[in-house]
Design a binder for this molecule. Structure first.
Ligand SMILES: [Zn+2]
Length: 58
């Protein structure tokens, strides 16, 4: 319930932002990257998205 309310306050995302898999309300992995909350189907997608979208400079 709290999660749903929180999701509704953020922008509406119904797909994993990395692989495009549909997200269900009870199965969403969210991560804040550079101050923006992104939604994924799993932590692996979050890692991949974070890695490819924001390359870390060494
Ligand atoms: Zn995914």
């Amino acid at each position: 319930m709290k999660l749903n309310m929180r999701l509704n306050l953020q922008r509406q995302v119904d797909k994993c932002e990395n692989c495009g898999a549909p997200l269900s309300a009870g199965h969403v992995y969210s991560r804040e990257i550079n101050g923006v909350t992104h939604y994924f189907c799993c932590s692996h997608c979050a890692d991949e998205f974070e890695g490819s979208g924001h390359p870390s400079c060494c």
